[in-house]
Design a protein around this ligand. Sequence first.
Ligand code: MLT
Length: 273
Amino acid sequence: MDKMQTTSIGGGKISFVDEGDGPPILFVHGFPLSHAMWQEQINFFKHCYRVICPDLPGFGRSESMDPSSGATLTMEALADWLVDFLGAIECESPVHFCGLSMGGYIGWQFCKRHPTRVRSIIACNTRAGDDMGNIRRGREIAARQVMVTGSKPIADAMVQKLFFQHRPGLTETSFYNQIHEVISSTDPASIAAGQRGMAKRENVSAWLSKLGSPVFFVAGQHDQITPADEMQQNASLVENAEYALIPNAGHVTPVENAPEFNSAVESFLGRFD
Ligand code: MLT
């Protein structure tokens, strides 16, 4: 079990894990998950790195920035919030920013807005483009729906998409049940705010070639949400980018195939020693 700590940012209580010593790695979870998705990375990297995993505001055990039902949680606001968070826990050195999906969308904004705070970016199962019109509209519908139905139907639907469905015994795995539980217990208003924030996110594809930080794209072989081909295409836009395809994984590679994910990230980080 990880050791959760708490701090306060703008009056809101924030839960996070901060373990180990060494160059900091900031792990930023996907939507609508929590720091708990990084448990295997905490166990593995804390021996050589400072491993920092916050619950983003409104997710996991952290309080929301704006609990109203019509709130929008933009990627820009979350990137700025992460800088405040790093200040609150006295992490001054530039971080290796490892973000999954929505965590990656936030990572691009973190790099754009706070380039001196970044040592490298590990972009896991994430896009650089924005949403097509129909997807954007779908997010608004989903944001309204979750306020009526609560979060459990979202959890039921998302576990059908997040994981590699042909994994033997998938529904009996502890991670499947844990992620279902995390989503079911997320405040519907946070889910709605996240959907609206992602719908508004910027298309950073053209900017990728100007990215000043080393970048490692990590894709899941069976990802239905962010297809591996799209990630490989994004990697080709960035000079000296690295790319890895993790087998036997869908959209949540750090969870579904932690040994291969950890070893790929360890080897990427080895170039900074
Ligand atoms: C995530 O895993 O963070 C979400 O699938 C991102 C999204 O909805 O675009």
